[in-house]
Structure formats: C-alpha cells, structure tokens
Design a protein around this ligand. Structure first.
Ligand code: SF4
Length: 308
C-alpha cells in the first residue's frame, strides 16, 4: 500500500473538534508528520475560534492543513434553499454538500485508493456509525442507489463479499478507512484538553461554552433542543439568524418544514420561533427551563462521515 514515491498517505479528516485533533495526533505519532495530511472541509460557517484551534494544532503537530470547501461558497442554510430540503436531525444535505463531497473530490484528485488510508475520529462509544462510513467511502460520489442491497455488506470490522448497487466500487477502488480512536488507549477528552494546555493550546471556545460539538457555530441542524437552547442563551444573534432562515424557507419552499421536532407532543414539527417563545415565556414565569425543554436532547453530529 504505497504511493508512487513508495509511501502510504495517511489522510485525517479534521473537523476542528477534539476527537479529530486526537486522531491527527495519534496518526502523526504513529506514522510521522511527513506522510500525514490533515484534510479540513470548511463550511465557512464555523465559530471563529475553530480556525485558531486548527492553526495552533497543525503547527504543534507539524502538519499542514489542506482546506477544501463548496466552490459556490454556500453555508448550510443556502444549501437547504438550493436543494429544497430543510436539514434536521435525520437528514442533513449540508453535511454531504459542504463536507463529504469536497473531501471526496480532493481524495479522488490527489490520492490513490491503493496507497491511501483515511482516518475518521469515531470514538469507542459511537462505533455503530462505522458501517455507514465504510459504505460511504465504498461508493461513487453519486452515493448508494439501493441501501437494502449494500447495507448488509458493511460491518464494524470491514466489508463483506457480495454484490451491491450500481454505484458500489470494486474493493480495489474503494477508500480504506481506519478509526484509531476505537483502539486503546480510549479517547479521553479531559486528558486531551490537559495535554493541549501543557503545550499552550486552549481547547476550542465552543467546548468551554458548554457545547458537545465544535461545529457550525452551535447551529447544527442535527443538534437537539438542549444545544439550541444554549445557543439562544449565549449567542442570540446566531439563533436569530437560524430562526430567520427557517422562517424564510417555510415561506418560500415548504411551510411544514422545521429543524426541530417536539418529541413531547408526538414528534410534531417545532419551529425555532415557537421554541424561542416557549423558552422566553418560561423564563418570564421564572420556573426552571428544564421543565420546558428536553435538557438531555443534545443531538449528535455525524456530520462529515455519513453513508453514501
Ligand atoms: S455541522 Fe451540522 S449544520 Fe453544519 S454542515 Fe454538518 S450537519 Fe450541517
């Protein structure tokens, strides 16, 4: 498994989060910085401090960040307008268009599957995402045409033999993906933060603000109510932007579409406006916010590595 110059290329998908940083650190420690590429898909919609963290982390590890992005310069809400679908916790076209496709195009243009290993910062506690990620890296850019046919071919351990859809790549042309955070020593966020502090690098600001993920300024459409409530409280300007874009989408594209759902009411659509008004009313009455929202619903962001 070597490049033309006789080396394997190790491509780490960097997001600006701590798990992708730790994936990069371990990959550099194992193979040396010269053979490692840190590939960052820039949504141009990130918290400013994410870019500071990326710069400092890359300098510390001695690697260069290779940046890719949507050639049209769209942010997630622009993507929703263009595709006519408002992203939510189940489906997020922004992830595919702003991250997965630009990263995959870079791989196709700059690497050979036979001499490249892709690394993704999946932890030991989210290994159920691995089959989907393997599947995504084993299809053409058009994605899987028949999930029922391809899904059973991908496991946490690897790919099984068998026919798949017309977009499934032969094994030799598929991208090999590794998940080194699933190996011991298991990812320990506090330990990573402490090690970064020792070399003078502060963890990304969004973690310090209480976010579980450092992406899209706290406006990730995959996030749950707890994160949206946090954004409303500490970044009302950002919340107002998302609320206005959701309203515009409902006016111009689909009056029934919402990012959130009210799971206490059968999963009915819940607009950001209604969610904000509910919190404001509750704050005015001064009982606990926790009576009103699902404080455990932080949602998740399997943003980059989705299935095809
Ligand atoms: S972090 Fe969330 S909002 Fe941003 S691109 Fe990914 S899925 Fe979309």
């Amino acid at each position: 498994m070597t490049n033309r110059n006789g080396t394997t290329r190790h491509v780490v998908m960097m997001s600006g989060g701590l798990s992708s940083y730790e994936t990069l650190r371990r990959t550099v420690a194992r193979y040396g910085a010269a053979s490692v590429v840190a590939l960052f898909a820039n949504t141009r919609f990130e918290d400013r401090d994410l870019y500071r963290f990326l710069r400092e982390a890359a300098a510390h590890l001695g690697v260069e960040i290779v940046e890719v992005s949507d050639p049209q310069g769209r942010n997630p809400f622009d993507v929703f307008d263009d595709v006519g679908f408002l992203g939510n916790s189940r489906l997020s076209p922004c992830s595919k268009i702003l991250k997965q496709i630009p990263a995959m195009l870079w791989l196709i243009e700059n690497c050979e599957p036979a001499s490249t290993i892709v690394y993704i910062g999946i932890g030991w506690d989210e290994q159920e995402r691995i089959p989907g990620i393997r599947s995504g890296h084993s299809h053409t850019l058009k994605g899987c045409r028949k999930t029922a046919l391809c899904k059973s071919l991908f496991t946490e351990e690897g790919r099984l033999p068998g026919p798949g859809c017309g977009n499934l790549l032969p094994e030799a042309d598929a991208w090999r993906v590794e998940f080194i955070l699933t190996e011991p020593p298991y990812f320990d966020r506090d330990k990573v933060v402490a090690e970064l502090a020792e070399v003078g690098i502060a963890e990304p600001a969004m973690y310090r603000e209480g976010y579980a993920h450092n992406n899209c300024q706290g406006l990730c459409v995959k996030a749950g109510q707890a994160q949206w409530a946090l954004t409303l409280r500490i970044h009302p300007d950002r919340y107002a932007y998302a609320e206005e874009r959701e309203q515009r989408f409902r006016r111009e594209k689909n009056p029934k579409a919402t990012i959130l759902r009210d799971w206490s009411d059968g999963g009915r659509p819940l607009t950001l406006t209604e969610f904000r008004e509910r919190i404001e009313a509750q704050n005015a009455a001064q009982p606990s916010l926790l009576d009103l929202i699902d404080e455990n619903d932080w949602g998740g962001c399997g943003c980059y590595p989705g299935a095809a």
